[in-house]
Write a protein that binds this ligand. Structure first.
Ligand code: G6P
Length: 615
């Protein structure tokens, strides 16, 4: 949450910063701001409530010269989203400007202490406390900026990625991180900063990911970046070459990132399986399972920790691993797990699932599991992000950057990795019959082509969605592997159309939600041809008996459900445990089209952020 960009070099900083903010806007978009040291040596701060486009309008007649600057797009934590609380924040002397992503948890006591010493505050943010504290220390101790930053960070409890400009030193930016992500890009006589690499890759593929408690001193007169920790010990960091291209983070002709990402899924899953699923040899290979065979194959239990959509993927992973590997699996919300007192030890394997690899709760759950001696396996998308770096091993989902705030391709990528993981472990443990294994490998490999057939239904789903824009509530039902699909479908609708929606295991409907059903109530039922089909038929009958309106997701050729349902969407036949990979797509499209019909901003839904790096 919150996006940070910085530039120091030979170009005009402002256009680089604005473009960077647009790439990071998925992280938050309550307000935006930029600080520049202009050609005449002024420190200019421009900020406004609203999106980056509003900031562009605001600066139209302003001085945007200068080759050094920092910029920020905000997802409010402390203080309402208004112009005063927008970043950058400046110190009372007007010399220092700061941008910050994270939360300073002890800001209230720090602020009280500073107020008692006569420091005045303009905003309600935790961030302003930091810049005032740094300035106070610098003046009081008559010290240089780096020392003041180090001393201030020693006093801070919480999470931060910060960048700091000093009006009197236009050749330098100081940046630091703890628990919130920060990347430095190193070009030819120019440097870039970003909350992730997306604002940087247009200019250079050479990056350094800051580690916790790192401070980076970026100076115009050096070719490299100096890294120290908060104790002033020099840190050596490898410069990495990242393999990302611009096409991956642009819309590619689609009106929204979300739609582009939904349509990318066949290709993403093929990428995810490349080099792992070998149909000729009828084999699935995951290097993590080969390298850490002992810990993984002999696990007493798996505990999967995740949030949001990744948590829904985890519920499918539980069913896959339990049925294929015969190992018990627990699924926990990372936010609950981190504050629990879990009974885990070195015999347990904790799987952390996170698209961004930066979710604060999931990262904290990983740290707790590590302390208790468990082996940690990460399933993430963002390469080099914090969670994969904190785990013992893992598998990237390799679906490319996901920009739309509502997660789509990451979900199917996570389910695909979980399927491959279950197959690799099941085979090694001998808990899956060879014929079943071969059939699953072949069918998994066929999923991208089947997904393409589902995507051909886009227009049909758009038509259906028009009918249901009136609804204030939706119910989603599924059973077995499709129960988490129902949860995910409901989440998608809530996130982007702001329609209240609940996902339920279909049989539970009669224990409560059935009371909600009347002629107004749309009920999405995933009723594919699997062993629970007859049970679902009864559930549909129960809904129709109460005049509910059924949108059924059925298997191609099904006549029974089609005759009962008000609307139906047909999926190609596949194995039961792979159905979520197909059944999720129409629910993503349904949510997308309903939100579009209602005129909502699907890529930047209100109050949400793509990557939740605060508690
Ligand atoms: C936020 C996003 C969700 C995402 C969740 C977990 O709430 O809006 O789309 O599922 O975080 O994120 P992660 O990056 O850990 O998968």
């Amino acid at each position: 949450m919150c996006g940070i960009v910085g530039y120091l070099g030979k170009r005009n900083a402002y256009p680089v910063l604005i473009k960077g903010l647009k790439r990071l806007e998925y992280r938050g978009y309550d307000s935006a701001g930029v600080a520049l040291i202009t050609d005449n040596g002024d420190l200019q701060v421009y900020k406004t409530k609203g999106k980056v486009a509003d900031l562009e309008t605001y600066v139209e007649d302003k001085d945007i010269s200068g080759s050094v600057g920092i910029a920020h797009t905000r997802w409010a934590t402390h203080g309402e989203p208004n112009t005063t609380n927008a970043h950058p924040h400046i110190s009372n002397s007007g010399n220092l400007a700061i941008i910050h992503n994270g939360i300073i948890e002890n800001y209230a006591s720090l602020k009280e202490g500073l107020i008692a010493k006569g420091v005045e505050f303009k905003s309600n943010t935790d961030t302003e406390v930091l810049v005032q504290l740094i300035e106070y220390i610098r003046l009081k101790r008559n010290t240089d900026l780096l020392t003041a930053v180090r001393m201030a960070l020693h006093q801070v409890i919480g999470a931060y990625a910060i960048a700091l400009l000093d009006k009197n030193n236009p050749d330098e930016i100081i940046a630091a991180r703890k628990s919130s992500p920060l990347v430095v890009g190193i070009g030819e006589q120019e440097f870039f900063l970003g909350s992730d690499a997306s604002p940087i890759i247009e200019y250079t593929n050479k990056v350094v990911y800051l580690e916790d408690k790192d401070i980076a001193v970026i100076n115009r007169n050096r070719t490299d970046v100096e890294f120290v920790n908060i104790n002033n010990e020099k840190m050596d960091h490898e410069v990495k070459e990242i393999d990302l291209n611009l096409d991956q983070i642009e819309k590619g002709g689609f009106p929204h990132f979300m739609l582009k990402e939904i349509f990318e899924q066949p290709k993403c899953l093929a990428d995810c399986m490349r080099g792992r699923v070998n149909v000729e040899a009828n084999n699935v290979v995951l290097s993590a399972v080969i390298d850490h065979r002992k810990e993984i194959i002999n696990a007493r239990r798996f505990i999967i920790v995740a949030c949001g959509t990744s948590w829904h993927a985890s519920l499918i992973g539980k069913q896959l691993i339990e049925s294929i590997c015969q190992i018990p699996v627990e699924v926990e919300y990372a936010s609950e797990f981190r504050y629990s007192n879990p009974v885990i030890d070195s015999r347990d394997v904790v799987i952390a699932i996170s698209q961004s690899g930066e979710t604060a709760d999931t990262l904290a759950a990983v740290e707790l599991a590590k302390e208790r001696g468990s082996f940690i396996y990460g399933i993430c998308n963002a390469i080099g992000s914090s969670i994969p770096r904190a785990t013992n091993t893992g598998s990237y989902i390799h679906v490319g950057p996901e920009i739309g705030v509502a997660s789509t391709k990451a979900f199917t990528g996570q389910v695909t990795v979980l399927t491959m993981l279950a197959l690799a472990i099941g085979k090694a443990r001998g808990t899956i019959a060879y014929d079943d294994y071969v059939q699953l490998v072949q069918e998994l490999n066929a999923i991208p082509e089947k997904m393409k057939k589902v995507l051909e239904l886009n227009e049909h789903i758009r038509e259906i969605s028009r009918v249901f824009t009136y609804a204030h509530n939706f119910l989603y039902l599924g059973r077995g592997y499709n129960y988490p699909v129902a949860l995910e479908g409901a989440l998608k609708l809530k996130e982007i159309s702001y329609i209240h929606a609940e996902g339920y295991p279909a049989a539970e409907m009669k224990h409560g939600p059935i009371a909600l059903i009347d002629e107004e109530m749309p009920v999405v039922v995933v009723a594919t041809h699997n062993p629970l089909y007859d049970k679902l038929m009864s559930n549909i009958q129960e809904i129709k008996a109460r005049k509910g309106r059924v949108i059924a997701i059925v298997t191609e050729g099904d006549e029974k459900v089609k005759n009962l349902a008000d609307e139906f969407i047909e999926l190609p036949q596949t194995l039961e445990c792979l159905e979520p990979l197909l059944a999720t797509i129409p629910l993503q499209l349904l949510a997308y089209h309903i939100a579009i019909c209602k005129g909502k901003d699907v890529d930047q839904p209100r109050n949400l952020a793509k990557s939740v790096t605060v508690e």
